[in-house]
Write a protein that binds this ligand. Structure first.
Ligand SMILES: Nc1nc2c(c(=O)[nH]1)N[C@H]1C(S)=C(S)[C@@H](COP(=O)(O)OP(=O)(O)OC[C@H]3O[C@@H](n4cnc5c(=O)[nH]c(N)nc54)[C@H](O)[C@@H]3O)O[C@H]1N2
Ligand SMILES: Nc1nc2c(c(=O)[nH]1)N[C@H]1C(S)=C(S)[C@@H](COP(=O)(O)OP(=O)(O)OC[C@H]3O[C@@H](n4cnc5c(=O)[nH]c(N)nc54)[C@H](O)[C@@H]3O)O[C@H]1N2
Ligand code: SF4
Ligand SMILES: [Mo]
Length: 577
């Protein structure tokens, strides 16, 4: 018999999975987006070596002993010195049942993110809400722009929906999509704000602005246009390494066409990430790309919008990307690997080491589990009940328990044990599942969030109008050193499944393949092997997410808005060893 569930991973696609009696995982052929295939991460899911037994101070213990130690450690201190840190190893909604417990005892949580929150802040500034374009909405789209987004690696189920469309890629790397595109602008990193302003300015010079749309929904665009006029064209084009011909070519490919811009996290790994997304949105507003069929700007959406969870949320929070673990008597890390994935690893490791009792609750051994006092194995997504929504579409899927297994504990069962020990109340798992099912709309066998828009912003914007910026910092960083690009690897998911090695550079950057170089930034130094990659600009170094020690050289800074990590807000000095 075939059973179905959904992939739990932090990915735009949210694939629907069928499993057979041997628990082999396959993509559901009947699902309109998954269409029968998964990706390398899920195809090799069962080959991963998982944590089997709980461990306390390096010794194997039973699950009961592990829970006793956890409860003892939490009861011995003040609850405002307990930190709950949840990563995104599994994005299921019941992962949040543990937050209910920590909220009930007034523990501290985190705010902002390591991921998309700088960009989201920019979207909210302009549009007031963060809606997305799903693959199915692309039917009548004629031109698709991938702006700092790499769909062959991070959104592979979108690819079949792009057939026959004009493609533009704006990316410092010649990605797979760039190779196939009608136009690739191999922009200098961190120059997208300027490109968006120049595109807006030339669109208006050429009279391409959508007057009717602007009049109705975004009438204050003049101040933004004036801002774009403060840029000196020739010097700006030179600084961002884009030609006037390329600006014209972009406008030609979208002139009078239905156009969707997919923006990824690549453009916003900087302190002014919010400004950048806001400027891209502003260009789209000038072109009238919102509220129309086959048009829009699509970033990572708010996957929780429209879903009510039966759990309490933590009230007191500190910024996730810069949290100081050493301030807490007990640190509980769930589904994450901060010692690899947070920026500024040297700082993170020292602060984690100086924390009180450190607990790691996860599926795999990693940098963080190895530095923890207590390690609690989780159950896999096949072994527990859950639900997931997505940031790449509006699906809402149930993930029922399909496999019985002795190993580990589910997030819900752990939360229940903790609530019982502290006299707190947690809604029953069945009630919780029923409440989530009520919020699901089934159409042709697929679950969706209630009230998902058919055409986002068709009835206008949350605040009545699209808001433009009339003030932006337009300074371009001209400091010495290589630009750092740190993006996703096709074979892994951040630090899960596969960890890439070394640093990638263009052969003409001046460093031979196979040598060891020292990479230095204000945050630290690390030695890495050099690999050559002709897809890069010769002023960039690429280190994939999940590469051991990648984050030694990334800064412990927050974006100006959205409390986001800013991995690429640094220049790198490279020296031969
Ligand atoms: N296989 C795989 N899939 C994944 C993940 C994974 O680790 N592996 N991670 C998941 C997660 S957590 C997320 S958040 C999403 C992210 O999905 P994407 O947004 O697609 O992810 P990235 O690879 O970080 O960045 C995309 C592109 O931005 C480009 N870029 C970098 N800097 C700049 C810049 O300054 N300007 C411009 N224009 N482009 C720039 C990079 O070269 C890269 O090609 O992917 C998800 N999917
Ligand atoms: N240099 C660099 N750093 C980055 C990025 C980058 O592009 N470059 N990207 C950033 C981004 S976008 C993100 S989203 C973050 C991701 O950073 P994290 O959220 O820390 O994610 P992972 O490294 O994938 O670690 C996830 C862990 O979750 C655990 N896990 C998996 N499934 C389950 C489960 O069902 N239950 C429990 N309890 N645990 C489980 C696994 O043990 C795994 O080790 O990394 C950020 N860091
Ligand atoms: S990681 Fe993404 S592409 Fe791979 S199976 Fe899961 S949802 Fe699909
Ligand atoms: Mo992410």
């Amino acid at each position: 018999m075939m059973l179905t569930t959904a992939c739990p991973l932090d990915c735009y696609d949210a694939c629907r999975i069928v499993i057979d009696e041997h628990t082999k995982l396959k993509g559901d052929k009947t699902h309109p987006v998954t269409r029968g295939y998964l990706c390398p991460n899920l195809n090799h899911f069962h080959e991963q070596k998982r944590l089997i037994t709980p461990r306390l101070n390096g010794e194997i213990v039973t699950m009961d002993e592990a829970l006793e130690a956890l409860i003892g450690a939490m009861k011995s201190g003040k609850s405002n010195s307990i930190l709950y840190y949840r990563g995104s190893g599994n994005v299921g909604l019941l992962q949040r049942s543990t937050e209910h417990f920590f909220a009930s005892i007034n523990a501290v949580g985190t705010s902002g993110s390591l991921c998309d929150s700088a960009g989201e802040a920019g979207i909210l500034r302009g549009r007031g809400s963060n809606e997305i374009i799903t693959p199915q909405m692309l039917k009548s789209t004629e031109t698709v722009i991938f702006w700092g987004r790499n769909p062959h690696t991070t959104h592979s189920h979108l690819l079949p929906f792009l057939e026959g469309k004009n493609i533009i890629v704006i990316d410092p790397i010649q990605t797979e999509m760039a190779k196939k595109a009608d136009l690739h602008i191999q922009i200098k990193p961190h120059c997208d704000l300027h490109l968006a302003l120049l595109l807006s300015r030339f669109a208006i010079i050429e009279g391409l602005q959508d007057e009717e749309f602007l009049e109705a929904h975004a009438s204050e665009y003049n101040s933004f246009y004036e801002l774009s006029q403060t840029l000196r064209i020739k010097t700006t084009l030179e600084a961002i390494d884009v030609s006037l011909g390329q600006i014209g070519a972009v406008l030609d490919l979208i002139r009078g066409k239905k156009c969707v811009i997919f923006v990824g996290v690549g453009v916003q790994k900087y302190r002014n990430g919010a400004d950048i997304l806001h400027a891209i949105d502003s260009f789209a507003a000038i072109m009238g790309l919102f509220g129309k069929e086959g048009c829009g700007v699509s970033y990572l959406g708010d996957s929780l919008k429209g879903i009510e969870l039966p759990f309490k949320k933590i009230a007191h929070r500190v910024s996730k990307a810069t949290v100081d673990f050493s301030k807490y008597n007990c640190v509980f890390v769930q589904g994450g690997n901060p010692l690899s994935q947070m920026p500024a690893t040297t700082r993170v490791k020292a602060s984690f080491e100086n924390a009180g009792f450190k607990v790691y609750f996860g599926l795999y051994e990693n940098e963080t589990s190895l530095a923890s006092d207590l390690v609690i194995p989780a159950k896999t997504f096949l072994e527990k009940n859950d639900f997931r929504s997505s940031y790449g579409d509006y699906t809402f899927q149930e993930m029922p328990r399909l496999v019985e297994c002795e190993i580990g504990i589910s997030e819900y069962d752990l939360a229940l044990s903790l609530c019982e020990a502290f006299g707190e109340v947690l809604v029953s798992e069945e009630t919780c599942r029923a409440k989530l099912r009520e919020q699901m709309e089934i159409s042709e066998g697929v679950g969706y969030r209630l009230n998902a828009p058919k055409i986002p912003y068709e009835t206008g914007f949350e605040n009545g109008v699209f808001e433009f910026s009339d003030e932006l910092d337009l300074e371009i960083d001209k400091s010495e050193g290589f630009h750092l690009i740190t993006s996703k690897h096709p074979k892994g998911l951040n630090s899960q499944f596969y960890q890439a090695k070394g640093v990638y550079m263009h052969p003409e950057a001046g460093f031979e393949e196979g040598i060891t170089v020292e990479l230095t930034s204000k945050s630290g130094s690390v030695d890495m092997l050099v690999y050559h990659d002709r897809r890069l600009r010769n002023d960039c170094v690429l280190i994939y997410s999940g590469t051991p020690d990648a984050n030694v050289i990334t800064p412990a800074l927050l974006s100006y808005e959205g409390e986001g990590a800013v991995y690429q807000e640094t220049k790198i000095k490279v020296t031969k060893k």
